[in-house]
Write a protein of this length. Sequence first.
Length: 383
Amino acid sequence: MKQIAIPEPAAAPEKLPTFVSVGSNPALVFGLDAATRAGRLAAKAKLDCAAAPPAGQALVLADLDFAWDPAWLASIVKRPGAVLIKGDRAVLGHVPAGMDPAPLLAAMANGSAWTGDGLERLDAATAELTNHELRKRERPFVLRLNAANPEPVERAAYDASYKGVTDALTLYLWRGLAFHLTRWAARIGMSPNQVTLIGAILCVATFFLFLQGNYWLGMVAGFGFMVLDTVDGKLARCTGQSSWWGNIFDHGIDLVHPPFWWWAWAAGLAYWDDPFEPVYQVLIVLAIVGGYVVQRVIEGIFMRKYGMHIHVWRPVDSRFRLVTARRNPNMIILLVSLVFRRPDMGLELVALWTMISLIFHAVRLAQANARFERGRKLVSWLA
């Protein structure tokens, strides 16, 4: 079957439509019934929700027999007169103001095939969208929501919340564990900010454990924090609880804490047999922290100048993001050094890998600038 890539519209309609869920479904997805979850996702998309279609207003109708990726809702909102089809059923439809919603509403309410005219049909089986926020090109999921077995929808929603370009540990190592923790946290009613707070406590504990040379216990706390750093974001996206404060809280911790960990690790070597000389220790820490900061600056320059992350320019950039000198890959280096009882060498290797990563990103920025100066537009390979 031919795959259809749907072009992104230039802008959303001036007035956003009202969101109305159609039907009922007792299935619980991440602890939320279908109507509540759909309403939260609609509110996250800045849509007003109503129990019944208001007269004369533009509407987005959603059949609660189905669960869908929020990317579909964002796309449908920008496409007045479009309906998303799964098989022969209408899943989401944007009915413009002045158009009669009754035929689409009846088809959804009765669970019957959509055979109406007047709406652009988007086939969920063939269409693809670009998710700029999560850095991936994808075919978002649309699934029947079965009350007896909601896990396939939960897994699809969880996978859909993952960034397409991130480090290897987050993408592969604890993906399954984080899914079960996300589902458990949702079912007991934990908020993403509560998960972030627990992670923050583990993050601070890691710092003090490293500072005292208690590296193994620090590793346990650190990896616990790293897993929860995945869980809080997935919980927010899967339950529609993302917030401005939660985003600042989570990403602020992510941005600030790594240099403190590496400094604490260096200071903790005083409790081992072979600590660094003071001047050498300062140089090692400066290389790691300085390299980390400069890489972040390079990423910011690239984003500001070219409107995309440096990691999604070309496939090589996305592959390098799997192992680039960020917290998670660095922790693997340090863990291996502990196995061989050489935490000092581990920190030296982190410094070396940070410099290599810095050179790689500096070269990629220079290549991008050279390409731009030759009048060639930079486009992400995911576009």
